[in-house]
Design a protein around this ligand. Structure first.
Ligand code: PLP
Length: 443
């Protein structure tokens, strides 16, 4: 007789998944200028610290809006007339995304973050062994939300490095992967694309999203567009060649394009724009698929948004002048932070993806890796040596091979740490790869 009480069949199939992250941060606390000056500077998580103090200042104002329903289950809170994110998040989207159909509590579902909502959405659209199709490179945490709870699989359309996977050139690759996957018995149920993209820090042009929607129509599948970086867009001195303006798929006239709007779903929310991912707030929007939302809404009853997050963020969202100023200043702060890092990268002659959105760039560290690894080392070995060298100097960054990047020597570098922290991180990187102390501008 086994010593262990049995697990479900689903759980048994999942044993060993997800595999441990190939690269994990070292032990000990992350850097903090006062608390942990020797801690590791974490440039691996897509967080934006540029205006954190301003948000903390807003949160720190005396709270006069805490009421007894905030202590009750969410079902009580949302039945009050107290302002909650249930109403305010749809309004945030109406104010800033210019949707064709007004977003309301009825055509959206709030939940504790984009990941949690995506997991439930995938569960509703795909079953065990079905596929969710994405181009590479992709945001690696999607794997978690695609595979659990639905047990679906992320099917990756490999795109050669010379093809811009955010241009219309990606579409034939998606279509042929969809067909190949079906031949292998993996039925594609949806395509997923973040716009603006992660890890590529760019807005995806409208024509490309339209191409995805037409493919979804052609093969009778769903399209999920993750627009969580929709308002974290900016213009800089170093824009991408395809410098598109962000247009939410919610603005598209899908029927006139020949696309049934009930197959198009959007994930969005304010936490990336406000550098407050830990508050766990997000919105799933499906203006023309009420039945789908009816199915998903109760799935979140057990894991709703905390009413403390709700209270604090509802107060922010009601302060519309604060929100407008914050979003505008965040774009300026992103521009400055990006240009600062871009100039350092150019100083060192490193290739990187030009950005007009998000909080990161993808950098080819090949010249740096060559300094610290044997010439005949395999790319994976070079990456391992690179990560170890940076960790030794107190910087942690993820190689994009974790994201199926076709270029095997790249890293995703988050540029939205406060300026002094960022400068220290760049100096530590220089030391890690044995560069002479840089005379890079402003470092
Ligand atoms: C494109 C994208 N979608 C979703 C998420 C996760 O969002 P949340 O923290 O709300 O689950 C991230 C976080 O980095 C992201 O980059």
């Amino acid at each position: 007789m086994s010593d262990f009480p049995p697990l479900s069949n689903c759980a048994l199939k999942r044993l060993g998944f997800p595999p441990p992250h190939a690269y994990s941060p070292p032990e000990g606390p992350f850097y903090d200028p006062e608390l942990y000056p020797d801690g590791t500077i974490n440039l691996s998580i897509a967080e934006n610290s540029l205006l954190s103090e301003r948000l903390i200042e807003h949160f720190s104002r005396p709270i006069t809006t805490l009421h007894i329903p905030h202590l009750r289950y969410r079902a009580t809170l949302i039945k009050t007339t107290l302002p909650t994110v249930e109403d305010l998040l749809p309004q945030y989207i109406n104010d800033h995304f210019n949707p064709r159909v007004q977003i309301t509590r009825e055509n959206s579902v709030t939940g504790p973050g984009i990941g949690a909502l995506l997991a439930q959405l995938v569960w509703a659209l795909a079953g065990e062994g079905d596929g969710i199709l994405m181009s590479v490179p992709f945001y690696d945490d999607y794997v978690r939300d695609i595979s659990h709870p639905s047990m679906a699989t992320l099917v990756r359309a490999d795109i050669p490095a010379k093809v811009n996977s955010l241009s219309e050139d990606v579409l034939p690759y998606l279509e042929s992967k969809l067909l190949a996957s079906e031949r292998l018995g993996i039925k594609i149920k949806a395509m997923l694309i973040p716009n603006p993209h992660n890890p590529l820090p760019q807005v995806v042009p409208k024509e490309v999203i339209k191409g995805y929607a037409l493919l979804a129509q052609k093969y009778n599948i769903h399209l999920i567009v993750d627009e969580v970086y929709g308002l974290s867009t900016f213009q800089s001195a170093y824009p991408p060649a395809l410098n598109a303006k962000f247009e939410s798929v919610l603005t598209f006239d899908l029927p006139s394009m020949g696309v049934d709007p009930s197959r198009v779903h959007v994930l969005a929310g304010p936490t990336k724009d406000f550098g407050a991912s830990g508050l766990k707030l997000g919105l799933l929007i499906s203006p023309k698929n009420p039945d789908l939302l009816k199915l998903i809404r109760p799935l979140l009853f057990a894991t709703p948004i905390s009413s403390v997050s709700d209270l604090l963020f509802a107060r922010v969202l009601q302060d519309r002048p604060f929100v407008e100023r914050f979003l505008a200043d965040n774009r300026v702060a992103l521009t400055e932070a990006y240009e600062f890092v871009a100039e350092w990268l150019m100083f060192h002659g490193l290739e990187f993806t030009r950005a007009n959105a998000g909080v990161f760039v993808v950098v080819d560290f090949a010249p740096f890796l060559a300094r610290i690894s044997p010439a005949d080392a395999y790319p994976m070995a070079k990456l391992d040596l690179g990560v170890a060298a940076l960790v030794r100097e107190g910087v942690f960054m993820k190689p994009t091979n974790l994201m199926a990047d076709p270029i095997p020597t790249r890293f995703r570098l988050i540029f939205t740490q406060p300026r002094n922290t960022m400068a220290l991180a760049l100096r530590r990187i220089e030391k890690g790869v044995r560069c002479r102390r840089s005379t890079a501008p402003r470092l």
